[in-house]
Design a binder for this molecule. Structure first.
Ligand SMILES: [Zn+2]
Length: 124
C-alpha cells in the first residue's frame, strides 16, 4: 500500500474550496514566476509539508505550483530539505535554503555552489 491515510483529505469539499481559492489568488506557478516564467499553476501545495498533521493540512500556508515544479520541488525537499532553484535576483527562492537559514545541508546532500547568475543573459 503506497496510499497515505491522509490522501482522502484531498477529496473533501473544504480542501477543494481552499484549493480553488488558492488558484484564484495565485494563478501562476510560484517557482516559475520567481524564475521569470509565467506558467499557469495546476497544483496547490503546502509550503510546509503537513506530513499527515490534520491541522497543518487544513490551515498551513499554500502555494500554487505547476506540475513539473511540484514534482521536482518535492524531490529536492525530500533529498535536501529545501528547493535549490535560484531566482531572477540570483538568490535562492526557498526561504529554507541554507544561505538564509545559516544551516549546513545535512550529510549526504552536499551541494555544488552555483556560479553567479548572469541576469542579462536571461532578459537580454
Ligand atoms: Zn513551475
Amino acid at each position: 500500500m503506497s496510499k497515505q491515510p491522509y490522501s482522502a483529505w484531498y477529496t473533501h469539499s473544504s480542501w477543494r474550496r481552499r484549493r480553488k481559492r488558492q488558484l484564484a489568488q495565485e494563478p501562476f506557478c510560484r517557482l516559475c514566476l520567481a524564475q521569470g516564467r509565467s506558467i499557469i499553476a495546476s497544483v496547490v501545495d503546502h509550503v510546509t509539508p503537513h506530513r499527515g498533521d490534520r491541522n497543518a493540512f487544513k490551515h498551513g500556508a499554500l502555494q500554487s505550483l505547476c506540475e513539473s515544479c511540484h514534482n521536482s520541488a518535492k524531490q529536492q525537499i525530500e533529498k535536501h530539505g529545501f528547493v535549490r532553484d535560484i531566482g531572477l535576483d540570483g538568490k535562492p527562492i526557498d526561504p529554507k535554503h541554507p544561505s538564509y537559514t545559516g544551516k549546513r545541508p545535512t550529510a549526504g546532500s552536499e551541494t555544488i555552489p552555483l556560479p553567479p547568475l548572469d541576469v542579462s543573459k536571461l532578459i537580454g
